[in-house]
Design a protein around this ligand. Structure first.
Ligand code: PLP
Length: 521
């Protein structure tokens, strides 16, 4: 018989805390060893090596049947740490995924032990009040008033979905003879109008997905043209609105503050004026761009943010808290009413009248973890100035990298960075690319350079497509700076690594070495 009492204890009990202390001790050992052994932002070997590593830990046909042991858990820790992408490594510049502060990480551990939830009062009394207070605080950051409200969500994609859900119900409330709030109740069938969402070509894909989820359909998204830096052109938005048929109802104008590629900011004051003129909901996707708020020099990029009806932003990008740390704010708490939910077993009205209120009615979730806790912990150690200094540091790194790329001969810079991303690509050595098909060759080659750097564990870069000299979209590489401790020497080393691998692959056929497929998209 298995003595589970010896292997598994509940974390919050005295014997569990003792076990937790030992496990955390060994986790620290794993983290320390991993960073010494790895030597790069990720262990070398690529996908096959990761598959084999998981197989070694969860071995056998039925790993649950094997004898449970603490040893198996610490082996899992070792492997997880060893195979993790090291977000603190200066050459981990691929994703908008930050390394969290120590305070936030400690809060996550405590949050896991206590496992509070926000869906009923007794599921987390302090966590509830903390989220309420933090939402109020964040509303004041963006210039919202006393009427503002909001919620923490599992990510920018969900914050966008929620913002558009609220806009849909707001815009369609009085359409087609529906009474107040009836879209959530009776659905979209028989409305007799075509709801539309306007956003730019540089908007995040979660906007179109949200339109699909909300029953409006991806086809309801009208793309407003952008300028050469990916910023929505206001008069194009106006032109599209002027041309709508009588049965077309714009439910939201979506502005992006900090686009995923260029970090561009749509002109919020102009778009807010258009939205106000026409009575259209303005949703601002500031998932990435919120960082500018903390930097005195970059903050003007967010002028006009206070005129939004809803704002989505992530603190698991700029913010240095672990995922998920995302926020949806609304200017007027009334707009959350389509989420309101009275459940006889969770928040009965007499309990609520007596002050035992919860946050069930501000969220799409029921059981919901306390993300406010780690965010508060992180903010308390960093403070506003600390956040601003870190954002400025990342912005400075992007500018430095761009200047080095522009000054060298191996890489071609696309544009000056606006926030903390740099888009560029490797420049083919003379004669490397076949004259007939130079653009396609260049795309395949750049894609292969990125994969080789990943597979070798040397650097994690992002990629995207932007128009090349012929105007056709071509594969480019992207650096995303979110690590305030990265130095100029680190960046020089990273750029040298990229150039070295690019040269190496230019002499073999790109894609022929197992890291490329011969085509790219
Ligand atoms: C990252 C990002 C998102 C998606 O946020 P997640 O937290 O990854 O779901 C949405 N919009 C923009 C502009 C982003 O940069």
């Amino acid at each position: 018989m298995i003595d589970t009492g010896r292997n598994a204890a509940l974390a919050g009990r005295p014997e569990g805390l003792e076990q937790l202390r030992e496990l955390v001790e060994s986790a620290f050992g794993a983290l320390h060893d991993a960073s010494l052994k790895r030597g790069g932002p990720v262990a070398p070997g690529g996908p096959q090596a990761a598959v084999a590593a998981v197989r070694r830990i969860l071995d056998g046909d039925d790993f649950l049947a094997d004898r449970p042991s603490a040893r198996r858990v610490t082996d899992l820790f070792d492997a997880y740490a060893h195979w993790a992408a090291d977000l603190t490594h200066p050459s981990a510049v691929s994703r908008m995924q930050c390394a969290p502060t120590a305070a936030a990480a400690a809060a996550e551990l405590l949050a896991a032990v206590l496992n509070q939830s926000l869906h009923s009062w007794e599921s987390g009394p302090f966590a509830l009040e903390l989220e309420r207070r933090l939402i109020g605080e964040m509303a004041s950051w963006v210039g919202f008033g006393e009427q503002a409200s909001g919620t923490l969500t599992p990510g920018g994609s969900i914050s966008n979905l929620m913002g558009l859900l609220l806009s849909r119900d707001h815009a369609l409330r009085s359409v087609g003879g529906h009474g107040p709030g009836e879209v959530s109740q009776s659905g979209l069938l028989g409305l007799g109008v075509r709801p539309l969402i306007l956003c730019s070509a540089a908007a995040h894909f979660s906007i179109a997905r949200a339109a699909g989820f909300l029953g409006l359909g991806r086809d309801s998204v009208i793309i407003v043209p952008v300028d050469d830096r990916g910023r929505m052109i206001p008069h194009e938005a106006r032109r599209i609105l002027d041309g709508l048929a009588p049965d077309e109802v714009p439910v939201a104008l979506v502005a992006t503050a900090g686009t995923t590629d260029h970090g561009s900011f749509d002109p919020l004051p102009e778009l807010a004026a258009i939205a106000a003129d026409r009575g259209i909901w303005l949703h601002v996707d500031a998932a990435y761009g919120i960082g500018a708020l903390f930097s005195p020099t970059l903050a003007p990029l967010l002028d006009g943010l206070d005129r939004a009806d809803s704002i989505a932003f992530d603190l698991h990008k700029f913010g240095w808290t672990p995922a998920s740390s995302s926020v949806l704010l609304v200017r007027d708490e009334q707009h959350l009413r389509c989420l309101s939910q009275q459940a006889v077993y969770l928040n009965p009205t007499d309990d609520e009248a007596a002050g035992f209120t919860a946050l069930l009615g501000t969220s799409m979730q029921t059981t919901r973890r306390s993300d406010a806790f780690k965010i508060a912990a992180s903010l308390l150690t960093l403070g506003r100035e600390g956040m601003g200094a870190w954002v400025d540091a990342c912005h400075g790194q992007a500018r430095y990298a761009a200047a080095r790329i522009a000054a060298g001969t191996d890489l071609d810079l696309v544009a000056e960075p606006l926030l903390s991303t740099v888009i560029f690509r490797c420049r083919p050595p003379a004669g490397a690319a076949p004259a007939a098909d130079a653009s396609a060759w260049n795309s395949v080659w750049n894609a292969a350079v990125r994969r080789k750097l990943m597979a070798d564990g040397r650097a994690l870069l992002a990629r995207t497509k932007v128009p090349g000299p012929d105007g056709e979209p071509q594969v480019h590489l992207k650096l995303v700076f979110l690590n305030p401790t990265t130095t100029e020497d680190d960046i020089d080393g990273l750029l040298a690594d990229i150039a070295a691998v690019a040269r190496e692959l230019a002499t073999t056929a790109p894609g022929a070495d197992g890291v490329g497929s011969g085509h790219s998209d």
